[in-house]
Design a protein around this ligand. Structure first.
Ligand code: FAD
Length: 477
């Protein structure tokens, strides 16, 4: 009878396991090896006060075509009353200020937003013909519109500083270090449906309760929870896959399986696929691992003893005057904005190489510098008080993530590879299917999201069940 190891208890791994059990695979034939001391992966909901904070995924992006949305909605777990990306600095009631405290006026902000919206509208028509990066497209168009005198409320230098903020905001969506790394045409093949901003009432981790609820009784009548199949604190160090059963080596134990479903992030694969797999993975897959994009996005939560801001204030975004830039990570913090359900907390975002540098800095330094940024930006308007605590994500330096999420890079076009090359299963020299791949980065159109992760987990579960049906392996139903 076929047995399976799933590496990773994130959205894709747990979606695959629950689908397999729903389709009749004996749960005792599945082992899920998870490196961390928790399930969830890049979904990391932390209870805080009377609500939660999301260290990783937060939004259910889109309804149509999003496999997570109907699960969440049917369970009555969604909040749909949000129309902007609140908690990111995209909301309408968020101000902008230079890091030295100079303000951008509401008129300037309005003009800037208008010009960005017009570029975005044009991009739907023009990007299919654009053979360069998304960043080059935006910079080109913006330059043209400035030349035509589109921005009357500010000088060109201020306009360019605002564009730099737009790049940082775009990098949160793409996960890229620089918008010149994201391929323009491919950004159109990324499916972003309407209603981008649904959130979970009790946090994204409720998804796992929903996914795992349909665990059947085993044949001997005992109820077997899928959670019994998960081995936490079990990082996989080596996968030997080309001689009969696959050998999966953890520090304290070696496991054997007929098939292994790998759901490690693209960041983990980039970091050490060549050490993790013996023999090496096929050439095309290694090229996909090298060329598909994967970046760093981090969140910074500042907690205050009480809010010093008013209920109308949504936050402040930071722009950096290049003449006053320190060259340090703090030049690149996007801004701070309010967090639903957390009256004393503000959230900040940081991406790219600055986010990696930020991870190497002490908590004390981050707290001090973020507070200084905020004080300069808002101190004249409010009786600003120092934060009492900082909570942050460290997605890059955690060896089981090595970053945040994937994107379609220019390099992947040059290398002629796409996410489905990463998804391609691998057979051993006898032609037996041995390695399967799921996870957000293996989805051609919805990469970078939770719903991509879930869909790819289900995709591989279905592939396994088809294989089980067609071969000598029998699934104990
Ligand atoms: C800051 C941030 C914000 C985000 N916001 C959103 C959002 O709003 N909406 C959205 O849809 N998506 C968002 N995402 C993306 C989303 O979280 C991911 O796309 C999704 O959770 C990925 O799931 P996965 O199963 O593919 O990978 P993962 O969640 O990374 O799961 C893989 C698992 O494998 C484990 N693992 C890795 N290496 C090993 C090893 N050697 N041995 C054993 N186990 C191993 C890891 O610990 C992990 O648990 C965000 C991500 C981040 C980081």
């Amino acid at each position: 009878m076929m047995n399976l190891i799933i590496i990773g208890a994130g959205a894709s791994g747990l979606a695959a396991a629950s689908r397999l059990i729903e389709r009749g695979l004996d749960p005792t034939k599945i082992t899920i090896l998870e490196a961390e001391n928790r399930i969830g992966g890049r979904i990391f909901t932390v209870p805080h006060g009377s609500s939660v904070i999301e260290i990783g995924a937060q939004w259910v992006h889109g309804k149509e075509g999003n496999v997570v949305y109907p699960l969440a909605a049917a369970a009555g777990e969604t909040w749909n009353d949000i129309f902007t990306l609140e908690s990111t600095g995209h909301a309408n009631d968020v101000n902008m200020a230079y890091t030295d405290g100079r303000k951008i006026s509401q008129a300037q902000l309005k003009e800037f937003k208008k010009i960005l919206e017009s570029i975005y509208d044009d991009s739907k028509r023009e990007l299919p013909q654009w053979k360069k990066s998304l960043g080059e497209y935006y910079e080109n168009k913006y330059g043209e519109l400035l030349d035509q005198g589109f921005l009357s409320s500010m000088d060109r230098m201020t306009a360019m500083d605002l564009l730099d903020w737009a790049q940082r905001a775009q990098n949160i969506e793409d996960g890229a270090d620089d918008w010149k790394e994201t391929y323009g045409v491919e950004s159109l093949n990324y499916f972003v449906e309407e209603d981008y901003t649904t959130v979970w009432k009790r946090g994204y981790s409720v998804l796992f309760d929903i996914l795992m609820k349909n665990v059947p009784k085993t044949s001997n009548g005992l109820k077997l929870s899928l959670s019994d199949r998960i081995k936490l604190n079990s990082p996989v160090n080596l996968i030997r896959w080309n001689s009969g059963q696959v050998q999966v080596v953890c520090s304290h134990q070696t496991y054997y399986a007929d098939m292994v479903l790998v759901t490690c992030s693209l960041g983990v694969l980039k970091d050490r696929a060549d050490k993790l797999f013996t023999p090496l993975l096929p050439e095309k897959k290694r090229r996909a691992i090298e060329a598909l994009g994967y970046g760093t996005v981090n969140k910074i939560f500042l907690e205050f003893s009480k809010p010093w801001w008013t209920s109308e204030w949504g936050g402040v975004n930071f722009i950096t005057d290049p003449a006053k830039a320190t060259g340090e990570w703090e030049d690149r913090v996007l801004g701070f904005s309010t967090v639903r359900g957390q009256p004393n907390i503000l959230i900040g975002w940081i991406t790219g190489s600055a986010a990696r540098q930020f991870e190497t800095r002490s908590e004390a330094e981050v707290l001090l510098k973020c507070s200084a940024l905020l004080r300069r930006a808002v101190g004249a308007d409010f009786a600003y008080e120092e934060p009492t605590r900082m909570i942050r994500s460290l997605w890059q330096s955690n060896p089981y993530f090595c970053g945040s999420y994937s994107f379609r890079s220019k390099k992947s076009i040059e290398f002629d590879v796409c996410p489905s090359d990463l998804a391609e299963p691998v057979a051993d020299s006898n032609g037996s299917l041995r390695l399967l791949f799921a996870g957000e980065a293996t989805h051609d159109h919805r990469y970078s999201t939770v719903h991509a992760a879930v869909e790819t987990g289900w995709r591989e579960a279905d592939r396994i069940m088809e294989f089980v049906k067609e071969t000598k392996f029998s699934a104990k139903l």
